[in-house]
Ligand binder design. Structure first.
Ligand code: SF4
Ligand code: SF4
Length: 111
């Protein structure tokens, strides 16, 4: 089961503490630096993160990841489960034609 409170997460062992995620993040305070054995790491502050994915794009060390339940989503839909979809506000930034996407989802039975 996915932890939706931690949709974007840090793979701590991969993080080199370069702070690129902090620089690219549009939300002040959404990243928190901390030390592990004297080495800098940067984790996500879920109370502030808007799940825009910018830190995943910019991290050269593959240290940021997200839980992907897309396959399960379509399996559930195919099996007749009732699904309602709520889009995060960041969709307006990430997808130019997001209204067309909503039309598509509606056409395949999603509320
Ligand atoms: S998560 Fe990636 S970008 Fe952020 S400090 Fe760690 S290595 Fe650098
Ligand atoms: S997903 Fe976006 S808001 Fe969240 S930490 Fe990464 S860059 Fe910041």
């Amino acid at each position: 089961m996915y932890d939706f409170n931690n949709l974007i997460y840090l793979k701590e062992e991969e993080c080199v503490g370069c702070n690129k995620c902090v620089v690219e993040c549009p939300v002040i305070g959404a990243n928190i630096a901390y030390l592990v054995d004297g080495k800098n790491k940067v984790k996500i502050n879920e109370e502030k993160c808007i799940h825009c994915g910018e830190c995943i794009k910019v991290c050269d060390h593959n240290a940021r990841e997200f839980y992907d339940d897309t396959e399960q989503f379509f399996k559930d839909l195919a099996s007749g489960k009732k699904i309602s979809l709520i889009a995060a506000p960041s969709i307006q930034v990430n997808l130019d034609n997001y209204k067309n996407l909503f039309g598509y989802f509606k056409s395949i039975g999603i509320n």
